[in-house]
Structure formats: C-alpha cells, structure tokens
Design a protein around this ligand. Sequence first.
Ligand code: CAA
Length: 381
Amino acid sequence: MDLTLSDEHRQLRELARRFTDERIVPHATRWDRDEAIDRDLVPALGQVGFLGLGIDETYGGSGGDNLAYCLVLEEIARGDSAVRGIISVSLGLVAKSIAKHGTEEQKQRWLPGLTAGAELGCFALTEPGTGSDAGSLATKATKTGNGWVINGRKVFITNGTWADVALVFARTGGPGPKGVSAFLVPTGQEGFTATEIKGKLGMRGQATAEITLDDVHVGDDALLSEEGFKLAMGALDKGRMSVAAGCVGAARGALEAALAYAKEREQFGKPIAAFQLVQELLADMAVETDAARLLTWRVADLADRNLPFGTEASMAKLFASEAAVKVANNAIQVFGGYGYIDEYPVGKYLRDARVTTLYEGTSQIQKLLIGRALTGINAFV
Ligand code: CAA
C-alpha cells in the first residue's frame, strides 16, 4: 500500500528499510534466542537519527513529524518488534515527555544522551497491583527539605535494566489520578534496583524488568510534573500510535514471509499459492495490514495538524495489535510445520505481537476508551 508521501518521508523510509535489512534482520533470531539484542545497536539507532525523531535539533534530535516516526517504526518492527519497543519507550514515552514537560535544565541533562542512544529511558508506570487501573498506583514520593524520597515497586518495565533514567510515576497527594506526580530518576541512585524478567513469550530481545525503589532520594530538580497522570495519559496516546505502527510492520513482515513461502513451497505438484484457501489467508492478511496502516497514519496526520487524536490512537492500537496477532497466526498456517520452528520468522512475529494487545492499554481498555468517547459514559467510575 502506498499513499502520497513527501520525498523526505520516502528517503527516511528507505533509510529505515536499509538499516533494518542490514542491522536487524540478520540478527533477530539470535537476539530472540539469547533474550537480548546486541547493545551496540542502541548507539547505532541514535547515530542514524531514529532515537531523536520529533525532538528538536538543539537537544540532539533529528526532527520530523509523526508520520515520519510511524514510517521508521513500521520498518524497524518488520525486522524485530523488540527493537521497535526500545525506541517507542526511550524516545516516544520518555524523551518526548521530557521535551514536552521538562525544564530547560532537564532537557539539557537528558535529551542529548537519549537521542544519541548513549543513554536509555524507561517508563515506570505499571505496578504489581495496578496495570489497567494506573491511577491507583501505590508508589509514594515524600517531600524532604530539598527533594523527595521515593518508595515502591514497578513491574513489566521495558528497558528497565538498561535504562539510565526512569520516568517514575509516584503518589505525592491523595488517592486517584490527581495525586500522581512524575519524576526523572537516575537509575544509578542508591535504592534503585532493576531485575530482568526472563522467559517472556515474545519481545525477548528487549530487557523487561521489575523495579524496586527503596528510599530513593532525588532532588527537587527530578520533578517533571505535578500532573503526572495526565502526563502519562498524554504520552500513552502517542505511545499507542507507535505500538500500532510497530504492529503494521510486524504484520507486513509476516505477510511478506508467507507470500514468498507460498510461491516457493510446492504440494500436489504446484505452489501452495495456487490454492484458493491459501490465497484467502493471504488476502485476509493483506487487508488487515493495510487497514491497520491507514488507521495508524490517520493518528499521525491528526497529531501533525495539532488536532485531538486520543480516540483515534485507541482505535489504531486496538485494530493494529489484534490484526498483527491474526496476520502472524495466518502466516504460521501458510508455513505449516515450518512455521512452528524458529528457523523461520513467522513464529516470532506471533509471539512478539501477542503483548501488543496487552501493554500500553489492553484491547479491552481501548474499547472502553472508544466507548467513553462515543457515548460520553465513563465505564471506569
Ligand atoms: N491526555 C491528557 N489527560 C488525560 C488523558 C489524556 N489522554 N486521559 C485522561 N486524562 C486526564 C483526565 O482529563 C482527568 O483529568 P481531570 O480530572 O482534570 O478531568 C485525569 O486525567 C484522570 O482521567 P480519567 O478519569 O480518565 O482516569 P481513570 O483513572 O478513569 O483512567 C484509564 C482510566 C483510561 C483506564 C487509564 O487508567 C488507562 O489508560 N489505563 C491503561 C494504563 C496503560 O495503558 N498502561 C500502560 C503501561 S506503560 C507500558 O506498557 C509501557 C511499556 O513499558 C511498554
């Protein structure tokens, strides 16, 4: 599928394609088996500008609009969704939150390192007891003379063990979303412990962690916003667009692999692509992938025109994540038994896609957000 793109967008997409084919595709299976990407990929992503998209050049960013960001993430996720996730979190959730809400000092401190890939960020919202109900989080920040002491636990934190800065959401006021503030916590701080969660079904190349904050002292300059919940929700609106873009890439990768295999694999004396039932599988995959991309690009277009896009981001994330699971599952059907072993890429596409219907808001949460926007009735109260 193609729509009118500017020359700049096309060139950027071509750059991302080449980068993915050269630096990601040849290694993705090994990273998946080893449960870690080669860490030198992170500065390489920074060097090519993919960790600075949408960030001002003053802070080391590479500029570009939301569509540019989606084009790059689609290509990267075609190679490895785990790498897409590293970018979505460090750039999309953390660096962009600092760029939007940070003081000049906070921007100077963190953005050049994050955009260069010399440092990574993680987004510490989810807790063992609060996933969907993020506004009830229990991590607490207590005011001291010249700063804060933070105590609590976070779980399922992408980049958790690799991050240099954690965007930590902690309670500074009363119960509910209003009492939550956002802090930029250097992960080297005493009392900050991150433990990697091993044995994930997918996204195995990225480090997912459980984080404990045990009397972590930070200065007043660590406070990013006293309206931490709103900051988190705003970041997740864009985050959902980026997850959707990644799902489009994973779905496209699965479709391309299945197409190539169907033309090459022969049964009953002809390529299996000649069978109508295989063509039906492929056709469904192509339609789902293109529909997901169009919904995702609509979000980027709205955001680029400074129009509200939250509900559309929920729609795109809901559709694209479910589509990526279906498309990857169909790809396995086309591959038959070969789809069930990791010598071929399609099993990984399914395992990686599976988490996208869970994180950054489950499919059920997206439906309730869309329902709330449609009806004006809030299911969460
Ligand atoms: N932008 C800005 N402000 C927003 C907002 C948005 N998108 N959404 C809500 N707010 C504001 C509201 O206006 C409200 O402010 P006022 O009181 O001043 O009106 C305030 O925030 C509270 O909003 P809600 O009443 O909607 O709060 P809620 O508790 O009912 O929220 C929820 C319910 C929408 C389900 C929310 O908790 C939610 O999105 N849950 C899912 C959490 C999630 O996506 N977690 C992902 C974890 S991060 C992750 O996965 C990253 C990773 O590592 C991969």
